[in-house]
Design a protein around this ligand. Structure first.
Ligand code: SAM
Length: 288
């Protein structure tokens, strides 16, 4: 069942964190002129009308960025954001990737939902290859990629609890064919208990803890360097369902951790609610 619609979440705290991290990763690949492969397995529409983003003011985190800090990733984000804003649009991950990549790079975008795929195909036009398949099939089919350096962004909606297992299986299988590939896997941090708005009672939330379990099982299964980055937008006190998000990065480019630490500190000072500063960057398998 494909009911998730990213236009209602675009520009939220998780999106800003994910897109700044994507910029940091692609900037590292851009340091060498050699071409690279890029796959976005769950691409969405590509870009979104600002009007649909703005109706969800409570999730409208990118609005909180002052753009005053001197951070290369923030400057790139701002440039891309401003370009799309001129047309009353907000960039999704495909838009950020297209703007960051060079002519020589080999870009692939995949989306399963029919309507979103239609928009994505129109948006990508000739700047990359577009796929209309299940994310995990397309990942399998493209392994090992050409060229052999590059990255995959995996950004599922996790509507179905089984998606956590599917990500684990798909990444382990892809790494067997492409052991040096970089994988950035986004996941939600879900409150263990949530206040029911009708009854005002705290209730257990069913998928809580599954993300953390997925990250730990991936760290056990893979032998390559792996780091886990989390950004808490607010406290885990049951007032919201998703209090933060994480990105697990396998085979991170050299020294990207320094850039990501700066991004986390920016998000803590400008985006997190009420001075929450519980972001983290943890090496689960160290870089040698
Ligand atoms: N990566 C996008 C961005 O940052 O702008 C947002 C993607 S959104 C979180 C997840 C997308 O995955 C949705 O557009 C949804 O339709 C799509 N999707 C859900 N299940 C899928 C699957 N099994 N294969 C491919 N796409 C899927």
């Amino acid at each position: 069942m494909l009911s998730y619609q990213h236009k209602f979440h675009a520009g939220n705290h998780a999106d800003v964190f994910k897109h700044l991290t994507l910029i940091a990763l692609m900037s590292k690949f851009n340091q060498k002129s050699k071409p690279y492969f890029y796959l976005d397995t769950h691409a969405g529409e590509g870009k979104y009308p600002l009007s649909s983003v703005q109706i969800h003011q409570d999730e409208y985190a990118f609005n909180a960025l002052s753009f005053s800090q001197d951070l290369a990733e923030l400057k790139a984000y701002r440039k891309i954001f401003k370009k799309y804003k001129q047309n009353d649009e907000y960039p999704g991950s495909p838009a950020f990737a297209i703007e960051m990549a060079r002519e020589q790079d080999n870009l692939h975008f995949n989306e399963l939902a029919n309507d979103a795929f239609g928009d994505l195909k129109y948006f990508i036009h000739r700047t990359g290859s577009v796929h209309h398949r299940n994310a995990f099939e397309v990942l399998k089919g493209l392994m090992p990629p050409k060229p052999n350096r590059g990255m995959v962004l995996i950004d599922p909606p996790y509507e179905d609890a089984d998606e956590y297992n599917q990500v684990h299986e798909a990444v382990c299988s892809a790494l067997r064919k492409w052991p040096n590939g970089t994988f950035a896997i986004w996941y939600p941090l879900l409150a263990s208990r949530r206040i029911n708005r009708k009854t005002k009672q705290l209730e257990n939330t069913p998928k809580s803890g599954m993300s953390e379990q997925m990250v730990l099982s991936l760290a056990e299964a893979v032998e390559c360097p792996m780091m886990d980055v989390t950004f808490n937008f607010t406290d885990n006190d049951g007032s919201v369902g998703m209090y933060g998000s994480g990105i697990c990065i396998i085979n991170p480019p050299f020294k990207v951790d320094a850039s990501i630490r700066e991004i986390l500190s920016l998000l803590e000072s400008e985006v997190a609610m009420n001075g929450v500063n519980q972001s983290s960057l943890t090496w689960l398998n160290p870089q040698l």
